[in-house]
Design a protein. Structure first.
Length: 287
């Protein structure tokens, strides 16, 4: 059944007045009558009880109204999904860990935009949140550190990094070429947010050396952590690429045992890849 006919029926069922329906739908009253009669002919029943004063639904009309409304709603949902799919096929949503600049992720994305002219939306979140976004189809790709959910994701290796001890310039260990984690047992630790993968990595590293770190400060903003380290509040364990190279108030020293982490471009393993998604994957692989 033509959706315009269904819309006419639903409107008349609610308004119960031909004149009002004609005004709201911008059609003539005769057109309304013809549409209703055509539906009734197809169904073989009368949908309205008509008299000179009113238009009321028949018992068949009440049944038909319930399903007509559902059909119109489903049609709107279908059209909305199609519109979203058309837009989505010409754009990408890419998630990334917050350190998007330090690992050159932002540069890779902007270069891809320049080469293809496509629209890309970027979301920055911790790795755990990014995995959830991929599962719920809220992003197409995500640059994730230390991927946990390997069963459902396809992964393209992107970068590796290693943990460094970040100390004030005047720290008594600042002249060492390497630092054992056990040497930091008595220090105050300034780390990334509790529960994040970098935080858990640092805590587990300390535990493996026989102590629990005394964490006195956490922050998602690396520059805040570095500033407080430089001011002498404590020390930190950060990935090498996250440590500002231009700072003269801190030193970054490799730790023992060496701990490396990897960043991967991830997407759902059951993903039905569009041409645009294939292009982005090829771009990252061949960079």
């Amino acid at each position: 059944m033509d959706s315009e006919y269904l819309k006419t029926f639903v409107t008349l069922a609610k308004e119960k007045n031909y004149t009002q329906v004609a005004d709201s739908l911008y059609i003539s009253q005769s057109s309304i009558t013809k549409r209703i009669q055509k539906i009734e002919k197809q169904l073989g029943v009368n949908l309205f009880n008509r008299n000179t004063k009113s238009v009321e639904l028949s018992k068949y009309g009440y049944i038909y109204l319930e399903y007509a409304e559902k059909i119109l709603q489903l049609e709107q949902e279908c059209l909305k999904k199609i519109d979203q799919a058309v837009v989505h096929d010409n754009s990408l949503i890419i998630g990334s860990i917050p350190s998007i600049g330090q690992y050159g992720i932002s540069k890779e994305i902007t270069n891809f935009i320049k080469d293809t002219g496509v629209e890309i939306k970027i979301i920055t979140e911790p790795s755990g949140k990014l995995e959830n976004l991929l599962h719920s189809n809220q992003c197409d790709f995500a640059f994730i550190r230390e991927v946990k959910d390997r069963k459902y994701f396809k992964r393209i290796p992107y970068a590796k990094d290693q943990t460094m001890a970040v100390l004030p310039k005047n720290h008594h260990l600042a002249n060492l070429r390497k630092i054992s984690i056990s040497q930091l047992e008595k220090e105050f630790f300034l780390l990334e947010p509790k529960g994040s993968r970098p935080y858990n990595l640092c805590v587990n590293l300390c535990k493996s050396s026989g102590f629990l770190p005394n964490v006195v400060y956490t922050d998602r903003q690396i520059e805040n952590i570095v500033d407080l380290v430089a001011d002498g509040m404590g020390i930190s364990l950060l990935m090498s690429k996250l440590v500002p190279k231009e700072s003269s108030r801190i030193v970054a020293i490799p730790v023992e045992p060496t701990v490396s982490t990897s960043i991967s471009l991830c997407y759902m393993s059951d993903e039905n890849l569009t041409d645009l998604k294939r292009k982005f994957i090829a771009y990252i692989k061949n960079r």
